[in-house]
Ligand binder design. Sequence first.
Ligand SMILES: Cc1cc2nc3c(=O)[nH]c(=O)nc-3n(C[C@H](O)[C@H](O)[C@H](O)COP(=O)(O)OP(=O)(O)OC[C@H]3O[C@@H](n4cnc5c(N)ncnc54)[C@H](O)[C@@H]3O)c2cc1C
Ligand SMILES: NC(=O)c1ccc[n+]([C@@H]2O[C@H](COP(=O)([O-])OP(=O)(O)OC[C@H]3O[C@@H](n4cnc5c(N)ncnc54)[C@H](O)[C@@H]3O)[C@@H](O)[C@H]2O)c1
Length: 445
Amino acid sequence: MNKKYDYDVIYIGSGHAAFDGAKNLCKQGFKIAFVEANAVGGTCTNWGCNAKITLDLPIILSKTQQRINGIVEGETSINWHNNMQHKHELIDNLKVNREATMKSLGMDVIHGFAKFYDTHTLDIGGEHVTSNKIVIATGLTPHKVGVNNTDLSHDSKDFLNLDKMPKSMAIIGTGYIAMEFASMANEAGCDVTMLMHSDKVLRSFYQPYVSEVVNEMKKSGIHFIQNSNISAFNRDGNNYVVSYGDNQKLNVEWILDASGRVPMVHNMGLEKIGVKYDDKKGIIVNNYLQTSVDNIYASGDVAATGQPKLTPTATFESQYLYHLFSGETDKPINFPAIPSVVFTSPRISQTGVSVDEAEKSDAYTVEKHDMTNSWFRQVTKAKIASNSYVFNKEHRLVGFTEISDDADNAIDTLVPAVNMHMNKEEIERNVHLFPSIGHEAWKNL
Ligand SMILES: Cc1cc2nc3c(=O)[nH]c(=O)nc-3n(C[C@H](O)[C@H](O)[C@H](O)COP(=O)(O)OP(=O)(O)OC[C@H]3O[C@@H](n4cnc5c(N)ncnc54)[C@H](O)[C@@H]3O)c2cc1C
Ligand SMILES: NC(=O)c1ccc[n+]([C@@H]2O[C@H](COP(=O)([O-])OP(=O)(O)OC[C@H]3O[C@@H](n4cnc5c(N)ncnc54)[C@H](O)[C@@H]3O)[C@@H](O)[C@H]2O)c1
């Protein structure tokens, strides 16, 4: 579209924050390139959501079998090696397929690490490429705890490639990754110990529900050490020793550092061209996802928008930039309620106004339900199933959270009702498949 630069838009990164909107821009005639330093498709596609949920399949079966034991007889045992093979079959080619799709649509893929040469020029291994607009979509990278021999620990990518499940594992942190991977490892026969930073687990979720998940995990044999204050990792033959607390030691086969993920903002020359960022939150953007330099934008996990750093957010931002660049909108980004789920057993999901926020304000009312007595949950023999609906003053639905093995499905069905702030009349205009979790989630409204 313009002759001055090689491209109309270059995306640094090729994950959901880039590709999802770029393909639509490309269809409108924009000349597009992606610069990718690692696997095309980014974290979610190669070592995030997709890989994790594939490995979770036998965990769901095993947990279901335990609930309906007696109806289904015998014990389920997980063959982790075969589970990992299944993951490789589904995941390993995704990056190849994604690159082929990009090229077939007419977009270029440049392999290498991008640095800014000036505000319109990227340096990729000494080659210069220019673009009218540049979108920084570089995501997050694992944080390493600052202790002695920190390199003896592994990260989430290593876990998602473990061919053999270790007999014992120390997990640093109790966030999303720590809790999900602990549930999987435990069910696959590993002795898991969680080394907590404080006494809080999954801080952004409704704590009474989080406590129930922790209790279930404890019953399954997972150990939680609060305020662990870890100080060093050391080798002990083929094993590793984690030093923590007041000279205490934990001997394990494997250490997973799940102490968080930090924005990919370094060594890119951002300081040189004046793009402002915060080491923890990411690249500072305005309501148009525009950085402190006019022609440079940020999208997805690396953008400091205050939104949950999740795939649906990255996709939404990427699509917004498509609408903005194509001239279809000149309005600021207007985020919908983003649903999030922790894939533990049971799972916790939430979207919109949280119960905590609602309970601190007169503007909301909260309705809580124990779902274990509902008919459909009796079919699934749910031991734990509760949810909470948040309504505003006009009794319109503005938030929802659930704990249950079906919390992911429950939230997915309610997202439109929360986003549209539906009232009773609007809710009743929607009919649902029966019997289903979706029907259950709507019928209390
Ligand atoms: C283990 C795990 C499980 C997850 N599970 C879920 C889930 O169940 N649901 C969910 O919604 N979210 C989940 N997430 C989060 C989700 O993966 C991210 O929110 C999403 O991938 C963000 O997309 P993105 O495009 O912003 O960044 P990314 O997908 O991280 O893409 C950024 C890309 O930029 C590249 N890059 C970085 N710097 C440069 C550079 N200078 N030059 C060139 N390339 C560069 C990187 O190599 C990377 O490929 C999970 C994350 C992890 C780690
Ligand atoms: N189901 C999902 O949607 C899903 C799953 C996995 C990851 N993710 C995304 O990936 C991101 C990263 O996940 P995460 O679990 O790495 O981060 P997180 O921020 O959720 O958790 C980090 C954990 O590490 C702890 N911690 C920090 N410093 C520590 C220290 N020095 N010692 C011990 N513990 C320490 C924190 O207290 C916290 O419990 C999340 O923000 C989330 O957006 C999402």
